[in-house]
Design a protein around this ligand. Structure first.
Ligand code: ADP
Ligand code: MG
Length: 289
């Protein structure tokens, strides 16, 4: 076929330089893949004796595939993950307390459609952030909007927004995201106002969107972060109404990894305890002893 030939083009696009006009129109229509590929695919189709409708179909399909990829990339950018991690690189054997079947089920994102929550609990270095990032990535790939933040950072953002009289806008944004990932609840105690603003965020998301929280603290210790027993009770009530709980308890993977790299065998619970004091939640790394 001769898709690139002028003979079959409607009048008006035939004179002069159709390539330039076509490029302009395709840009306006936001069809960058069609623009990039039409000439090459035309030659392939001509060689293969493929007719015009199939040529067009091939181009449109390429555009759709590319568009989906661009959307996923955009969702990942907007989510502000500190790193992109997936379950492919997660070693479930290293953390037997974690329910692998449940994690794989969560990666299918049914809980987001059902507006249910996830809580990952466990000591430092056991893979909570990795699993949270992987579930966040899976959500982006499945078409859900995601926001990733730490509890301390979110509270700072809320306090700042309140001072700058744009709290409502931020709260609306936070309420509308399909999956909010709140990492590291527990490392930093919150001020009374901070805890209240965090509670409001959970409250506004309740049964509207999914929230994934990771914490190094068991539920009974959450009061030490949130300050008030009443507030903690009300927050847990909302968060745990529809929830999957992931338990990650074991030796720190960071420590085992560091030992392995130094050519030593894995760290026991004693070393684990010693390292947790050197854990820098901000950097997500262990500082040298
Ligand atoms: P936590 O958030 O529980 O403190 P992280 O998720 O930050 O722990 O894990 C610490 C480091 O170890 C990260 O680099 C993470 O990718 C890695 N890691 C932890 N657990 C595993 C695992 N089971 N398989 C592969 N990597 C892991
Ligand atoms: Mg973490």
């Amino acid at each position: 076929m001769s898709a690139a030939s002028n003979e079959t083009m409607p009048a008006g696009t035939t004179g002069g330089t159709p390539g330039i006009l076509l490029a302009h129109h395709l840009k306006q229509l936001k069809l960058p893949t069609v623009l990039r590929e039409y000439d090459k695919v035309a030659r392939e189709c001509a060689q293969g004796g493929i007719d015009h409708p199939r040529y067009l179909l091939r181009l449109v399909e390429l555009e759709l595939i590319d568009r989906e990829r661009r959307l996923v990339e955009r969702r990942i950018r907007v989510a502000r993950f500190p790193a992109v991690k997936s379950l492919d690189t997660f070693d479930f054997a290293a953390i037997p307390s974690l329910n692998k079947v449940l994690v794989l089920e969560l990666a299918r994102c049914g809980y987001i459609a059902a507006r249910e929550n996830v809580i990952a609990l466990g000591n430092s270095g056991t893979g909570k952030t990795h699993v949270a990032l992987a579930l966040g990535l899976a959500a982006c790939q499945k078409g859900f909007s995601v926001a990733f933040t730490t509890a301390a950072s979110l509270v700072n953002q809320l306090l700042e927004a309140r001072d700058e009289r744009r709290l409502l806008r931020l709260q609306r944004e936070l309420a509308s995201v399909k999956l909010l990932i709140l990492d590291e609840l527990g490392y930093v105690p919150l001020s009374a106002t901070g805890a209240e603003l965090l509670f409001e965020t959970f409250s506004q998301r309740y049964e509207r969107g999914s929230t994934l929280v990771t914490s190094n603290l068991p539920f009974e210790d959450w009061t030490s972060v949130l300050g008030s027993e009443r507030l903690t009770g009300a927050l847990l009530d909302r968060l745990t109404h529809h929830v999957s709980i992931l338990s990650l308890n074991g030796d720190s993977y960071r420590l085992k990894d560091a030992c392995r790299r130094r050519g030593r065998t894995g760290g026991g619970p004693e070393q684990n305890q010693a390292t947790s004091d050197r854990h820098d939640p901000e950097a997500g790394e262990i500082r040298p002893a």
